[in-house]
Design a protein around this ligand. Structure first.
Ligand code: NAP
Ligand code: GCO
Length: 264
């Protein structure tokens, strides 16, 4: 049974994994035996990431590269291949959000979100897939969102990116599943990280909305998402492909309810 989730001998790359969801994913994959690599834009955050892994008695290979820059990605993956080996498990986790009403959003801001959240997963996947094809084995996990299927005011660029990433995941599946590569997405709901801190902390009214719209009645934790990533990174999901696994406490199942009704 344990071998189903044993990642010993596997090299995993978690992009943007120095904190939040990515850090939880990296630590859990390392606990399952993977040789985990994490990239980020900041040396300082990578050092904090190393400390977090070390506190768990785990090692991690960290390096700086910008996932939106093809040359930087090529150099970074080459470094990983030299130091750890070809990437077996790719978690396209790096992402940004800009909460700006459409009419106020500059096109350059829209394009920046698209570049990180939608183009970068393609750049990194294209760089690592040839080795997966040679090995006839690989796992790609694209960090989508409930915003892959929902919109909301001020997050147009983000939702457009995550919606596109859901369909990019399915198109990767169409082209690469025949090489025994499983490409899936994870669609987190509202998770307590630095990305959602502005709409969660200090009594922000959005927190009330999330608490009432989420049947589980809580914000998700990064570890909730990491658990799904372990499944999609392991043998247990070898026949799961093109799937978006929503980890959302039931929010997508819920149209909503009158406050207090659930207390019955
Ligand atoms: P986060 O705390 O903002 O972390 C995102 C990470 O991506 C950061 O480490 C960031 O590095 C890195 N990053 C951004 N641009 C990059 C670039 N060009 N190159 C390399 N790294 C880059 O976000 P999170 O909440 O953990 O979310 C992680 C992923 O889950 C994202 O894709 C997000 O869209 C998705 N997600 C989050 C939630 C949620 O509720 N939190 C829900 C659904 C989906 P720096 O800090 O150095 O900029
Ligand atoms: C927001 C939030 C969401 C979450 C997540 C929900 O402003 O609505 O940041 O976009 O990050 O994507 O799944």
């Amino acid at each position: 049974m344990k071998e189903l989730f044993d990642l010993n001998g596997k090299v995993a790359l978690v992009t943007g994994g120095t904190h939040g969801i990515g850090l939880a994913v990296g630590i859990l994959l390392a606990k399952a035996g993977a040789r985990v690599c994490v990239n980020d834009l900041s040396h300082e955050k990578l050092k904090a990431c190393e400390d977090a892994f070390n506190r768990e008695g785990l090692g991690v290979f960290t390096l700086v590269f910008d996932v939106t820059d093809e040359n930087d990605v090529d150099k970074g993956i080459t470094e990983i291949e030299k130091n750890a080996g070809p990437v077996d498990i790719l978690v396209n986790n790096a992402g940004i959000i800009k909460r700006i009403p459409i009419l106020d959003m500059r096109i350059e801001d829209y394009k920046k979100v698209i570049d990180v959240d939608l183009v970068a997963p393609l750049i990194v996947s294209k760089r690592v897939v040839p080795e997966m094809i040679k090995k006839r084995s690989g796992k790609i996990i694209n960090m989508c969102s409930m915003m892959s299927v929902y919109g909301r005011n001020t997050v147009s660029a983000y939702a457009a990116s995550k919606g596109g990433l859901m369909l990019l995941t399915r198109n990767m599946t169409c082209e690469w599943a025949k090489y025994n590569i499983q490409i899936n997405g994870i669609g987190p709901g509202y998770i307590a990280t630095s990305q959602t801190a502005p709409i969660r902390e200090n009594g922000h009214p959005f927190n009330d909305l999330v608490m009432t719209r989420t049947p589980a009645g809580r914000w998700g934790e990064p570890e909730d998402v990491a658990n799904a990533a372990l499944f999609l990174a392991s043998k247990a999901s070898d026949f799961v492909n093109g799937h978006i696994l929503f980890v959302d406490g039931g929010i997508l199942a819920n149209f909503g309810y009158v406050k207090g009704e659930n207390d019955v």
